[in-house]
Ligand binder design. Structure first.
Ligand code: R5P
Length: 299
C-alpha cells in the first residue's frame, strides 16, 4: 500500500497521489499565537506499515517549508511506515555547498543531515546545485536530471543551437542534453564576488557567431548570471538566446533583467511552490519523469 503526504496545498502531492493510485492523507496545519508551527495528519493509521511518500518543496518561504516538512516527516515516522521517501524537487540552501569564506557553515550538507535524521529513508530531488552534497544524506538519494526535457522544449524555437553552461560547474548539466539531442556545447568562465554576489565573465574563446544558443542552468535567482551571459553571447554575435533552467526563483526584477539582456524565452521546470506568469516564461511538465523515478525507488 502507498500513502502520500503532501506539504499543505502543494499541487504536486495531489498529482503524484493520483498518478500512483495512492491514498493521500490530509494535513491539518496552523500557526500558534507565538508564531510556532503545528501539523497533524488527519489519518495517521494509514501510515503504519505502508510505504509513504512525503511531497514537499523548499521555495518560497524556505525556512517555514523546511521546518514544516521536518514536522511532517516526524509525524509520519511516529506511525511506523515501512519506508519513508521524501520527494523534494527544490532543495533550498543547496548553493552553500562548501565553506567559501572562513567561518561559514555548509548549509546544503546540514539540510541533508536534517532530512536523514528526521527519518527519511530515500530522498528524491531535482537537479540539485551540486550532487556532491547528497553524500551528506548518507542514504539512498536520487538526483533527477531534467535538462534534456527543458532543452527539448527550447528546440521548438531554435535552429541547431549550441548549449552553453554559464559556468564550468554547470557543464554536465549542459553536456547531458547536448549529447541527447546531438548538439554542440561549451561553457563560460564565470566569477562571483563572494561578498557582493556580483557576477562577471572572463574572456574565453568561444565561437557563437550567427548561432542560436540555449543557456542551461540549475537556478535563476536574481537573473544576474543569465543576464550577464546572454549579453556577452549576443555581443559575440550569437543569433538568439533561450534559457533553460530547473528552478526559476526569479526574485525581484529578475524577469525584467533577463528581458533587457535579450533573452527570448525562459524555459523552466515546475519545481517550486509558485509559478511566474509572464510572456517570457514557459513551464515544462516533469511529473512523468518524477513518477518514473519514484516507481523505481518504491519497488
Ligand atoms: C550558481 O552557481 C547557480 O548555478 C546559478 O547560476 C545561480 O544561483 C544563479 O543566481 P543568479 O540568478 O542570482 O545569478
Amino acid at each position: 500500500m502507498l500513502t502520500v503526504i503532501g506539504y499543505p496545498n502543494y499541487w504536486l502531492a495531489k498529482v503524484i497521489a493520483s498518478k500512483l493510485k495512492a491514498i493521500e492523507i490530509d494535513v491539518y496545519d496552523k500557526v500558534f499565537p507565538d508564531g510556532e508551527l503545528y501539523v497533524r495528519l488527519a489519518n495517521p493509521e494509514r501510515v503504519a506499515l505502508n510505504k509513504v511518500v512525503i511531497v514537499s518543496t523548499f521555495y518560497p518561504e524556505q525556512e517555514k517549508r523546511i521546518l514544516k516538512t521536518m514536522l511532517l516527516i516526524d509525524a509520519a515516522k511516529n506511525n511506523n511506515p515501512s519506508k519513508l521517501i521524501a520527494l523534494i524537487p527544490y532543495l533550498a540552501y543547496s548553493r552553500q555547498d562548501k565553506v567559501f569564506l572562513p567561518g561559514e557553515p555548509v548549509s546544503a550538507c546540514l539540510i541533508m543531515k536534517l532530512l536523514k535524521n528526521a527519518g527519511v529513508d530515500v530522498l528524491l530531488t531535482v537537479d540539485v546545485h551540486s550532487s556532491r552534497v547528497l553524500e551528506c544524506f548518507n542514504g539512498l538519494s536520487v538526483n533527477v536530471m531534467i535538462s534534456d526535457l527543458l532543452v527539448k522544449h527550447a528546440l521548438r524555437y531554435l535552429n541547431n543551437p549550441v548549449v552553453i553552461a554559464p559556468d564550468k560547474g554547470a557543464l554536465e548539466r549542459a553536456s547531458l542534453p547536448a549529447k541527447t539531442h546531438g548538439l554542440d556545447y561549451d561553457y563560460l568562465e564565470k566569477h562571483r564576488d563572494r561578498v557582493t554576489g556580483e557576477v562577471s565573465y572572463s574572456p574565453r574563446e568561444i565561437n557563437v557567431r550567427g548561432k542560436d544558443i540555449i543557456i542551461v542552468d540549475d537556478i535563476i535567482s536574481t537573473g544576474g548570471t543569465i543576464a550577464e551571459s546572454s549579453r556577452m553571447l549576443l555581443k559575440k554575435g550569437a543569433n538568439r538566446v533561450i534559457v533553460a533552467a530547473s528552478h526559476g526563483l526569479l526574485v525581484g526584477e529578475a524577469i525584467k533583467k533577463l528581458e533587457s539582456a535579450g533573452v527570448l524565452k525562459v524555459i523552466l521546470a515546475d519545481t517550486l511552490g509558485l509559478r511566474h506568469e509572464h510572456k517570457l516564461i514557459e513551464y515544462v511538465d516533469i511529473t512523468d519523469k518524477l513518477i518514473e523515478e519514484l516507481n523505481k525507488v518504491i519497488a
